[in-house]
Design a protein around this ligand. Structure first.
Ligand SMILES: Nc1ncnc2c1ncn2[C@@H]1O[C@H](COP(=O)(O)OP(=O)(O)OP(=O)(O)O)[C@@H](O)[C@H]1O
Length: 265
């Protein structure tokens, strides 16, 4: 395939607004996702990320504006919460077939693609947060979607697990050439794996490559503090020194506290 050829647009939202009663949940949403593109929605709580994702999946109908989908667009959705009865025993194999009939080979291949084949007979209740998310990805991938919509795909996962999951999302894109729309709070990790960031605040606040969004005044005003804190993680400001003899000298602050400055939390 010619890499310079324009990529097929999978979905395009134009001037989309969603209202509930007299309340406007989102308005003026323009966005498109092309095959092979990773688009990430960021924004504060209640800024309309899930509502926008639901318009893309078709669960929520816009009050105004248009949604154009490629013909026969097949969307795989990984929800923020899964309605599972956690008191009943459920294996991964069973979870994979709850909403569709798939062969053992198809299930194996989908789990293999997310590095979770060894979990086939594991109890869903006993999976770690990262393992559970991988299984949910496999469950969406088994239908060979053109577009995957991932609502907060790294929730309940620790930092190194987050990095691994975002790498996996990119790998899924690279191997299947699907489009991906995801919602994230973790700008610092998601940055490297995303093509386009759309920052929402009831409307599109700013958009672009991760680098342009990060430096835009709108983003800095909306999420700047949080973004800056997240970046501090990378700069890894230790408040201590390692001396040549291996000792650690902790710098005391004026308030008397010592801070590790790893940026957790
Ligand atoms: N079905 C609904 N009816 C009325 N209001 C709703 C409905 N769904 C969401 N809202 C409201 O719409 C706004 C946007 O919600 P949405 O869930 O899209 O935000 P979000 O950015 O995904 O938030 P979060 O980061 O907290 O998940 C919120 O104020 C929410 O309370």
């Amino acid at each position: 395939m010619d890499a310079r050829a324009p990529k097929e647009t999978l979905i395009r939202l134009e001037s989309v607004a969603v209202k509930s009663g007299r309340r406007t949940l989102v308005s003026g949403i323009d966005l498109s996702i092309a095959r092979g593109e990773i688009v990430t929605l960021i924004g504060p709580n209640g800024s309309g990320k899930s509502t926008t994702a639901k318009v893309v999946t078709g669960v929520v109908k816009p009050t105004s504006g248009t949604v154009a989908r490629a013909p026969k667009l097949n969307i795989g959705y990984v929800p923020q919460k899964l309605a599972i009865d956690w008191t009943l025993p459920l294996t991964v194999a069973r979870l994979m077939t709850l909403t569709g009939r798939f062969s053992a080979g198809e299930i194996d291949a989908a789990l293999e693609a997310v590095g979770a084949r060894h979990l086939l007979h594991a109890a869903v209740q006993e999976l770690s947060g990262g393992e559970f998310q991988r299984v949910l990805f496999a469950r969406a991938m088994i239908r060979k979607p053109d577009l995957m919509v991932l609502d907060e795909p790294v929730q309940g996962v620790d930092f190194s697990g987050e990095v691994a999951l975002y790498e996996l999302i990119r790998k899924i894109r690279d191997t299947t050439n699907c489009g991906i729309l995801m919602i994230s709070h973790d700008l610092h990790v998601v940055m490297a794996e995303t093509d386009t960031v759309i920052c929402l605040n009831g409307h599109v606040c700013c958009r672009g490559t991760p680098e342009t969004v990060k430096s835009s005044p709108e983003y800095q005003q909306l999420l700047g503090d949080r973004g800056a804190r997240a970046l501090a993680f990378y700069h890894h400001h230790h408040d201590h020194e390692h001396t040549a003899d291996g000792a650690v000298h902790v710098h005391r602050h004026a308030d008397g506290a010592s801070h590790e400055g790893h940026g957790h939390g």
